[in-house]
Design a protein around this ligand. Structure first.
Ligand SMILES: [Mn+2]
Length: 360
């Protein structure tokens, strides 16, 4: 695989020129990885017109040498941001950009204290996230693998989904199998929510045992070679009554409508509206408690957001989840989630786990 970092840095520099800044300080680890290949959990990347410097501490020297070729390494003894500030002072930068979404007030104060007081700080909202939203072919290939692993884990765990097992046991089993399959970890705490708890979209697994005649929502994400997948399926333990089947049907149709609406050139809010219209037809729209989906990549929640009123235009290279759901307090919930890559002329659903209602 050709190292993509040089091109990405060029794109960032172009954004910097537009904003009038000469340099950008990056501290968010996924952004540092995206721009340099360094995957350590702490570092600071300084992008200047004629160089890129990665500031790390001594714990990461070997790793940084292995992972980065295009950035100059600065191994610091003290604080990373103090070193960045000193560098900015010496190079006499006048306008420097930072990412307010990723820098604490304390960190910014530290930078300002060390760097020249005359520096004008420019707040750039999500410049790297904008680039990350548009995946290259290599990234999509990696996400295909992550999605495949997620689906394999789901299918392997299905035989264990039965009355008597505890939610926490199933969640642990899911995360164990992800790791066995090569994942570096779960992209988020695995959700196993049964019975009335399935009505909580972000339920934490508990010691509750699964029982017959309950809905069970399983929501899992694996990180494989840095890229995430995000998969949700809802199963029924026993034979589902007609009311539950109707809800399930509604969620499936809402997801299909979102998938049909999703294409390069459409507004993100339109995809959300397509799912919502279907649920309204089933009179379930007020039970749909979240947005239809979100971008997915190095992080599990990225741009673009498929939410009500979002005007952002879907582009070829976006990878998003489509995950409508209905949640009925005291009864249970149903969510179905797939990961979909957008190309200029088509979409590809990366997750292949069965979508029909499974009655176990
Ligand atoms: Mn999701």
């Amino acid at each position: 695989m050709e190292r993509p970092y040089r091109r990405r840095i060029q794109l960032v520099r172009r954004l910097l020129v537009k904003s009038g800044a000469e340099a950008l300080v990056v501290t968010h680890p996924p952004n540092i990885f995206y721009l340099s290949g360094f995957s350590g959990s702490a570092g600071a990347l300084l992008i200047e017109p004629h160089g890129v410097t990665l500031f790390i501490d001594g714990r990461y020297t070997t790793q940084a040498r292995e992972e980065t070729a295009d950035a100059r390494l600065r191994i610091t003894r003290g604080s990373l941001l103090t070193a960045v500030g000193e560098r900015l002072r010496k190079s006499e930068r006048a306008r420097v950009a930072m990412e307010p979404a990723h820098m604490s007030v304390a960190q910014h104060r530290e930078l300002k204290r060390v760097a020249d007081a005359k520096i004008r700080w420019v707040a750039l909202w999500g410049p790297v996230e904008e680039l990350r939203a548009v995946k290259g072919a290599d990234e999509i290939a990696q996400m295909r693998q992550a999605a495949r692993l997620g689906c394999q884990v789901f299918e392997k765990v299905l035989p264990l989904v039965k009355p008597g097992v505890r939610e926490v046991e199933l969640a642990a089993e899911i995360e164990y199998r992800m790791r066995q399959g090569g994942a570096s970890g779960a992209a988020f705490p695995t959700i196993v929510a049964s019975g009335a708890r399935a009505a909580l979209p972000h339920a934490q697994p508990t010691k509750k045992r699964l029982r017959k005649n309950e809905l069970v929502v399983l929501d899992l994400g694996a990180i494989l070679a840095h890229y995430c997948c995000d998969l949700t399926r809802t199963v029924y333990l026993g034979r589902a009554p007609s009311g539950i089947r109707r809800w399930y049907q509604a969620v499936q149709e809402a997801q299909a409508a979102a998938r049909d609406a999703l294409c390069a050139g459409v507004a993100a809010g339109e995809v959300d509206a397509a799912a919502r219209r279907v649920l309204k037809r089933f009179r379930l729209d007020r039970h749909f408690l979240h947005s239809t989906g979100h971008g997915l990549g190095l992080e599990v929640h990225e741009e673009p957001r498929l939410a009500k009123g979002q005007k952002k235009i879907i582009q070829a290279g976006n990878v998003v989840t489509l995950e409508p759901g209905v949640y009925i307090e005291g009864v249970g919930g149903i969510r179905s989630e797939d990961d979909v890559a957008v190309f200029s002329d088509r979409t590809e659903t990366l997750t292949s786990a069965p979508r029909d209602l499974l009655e176990l």
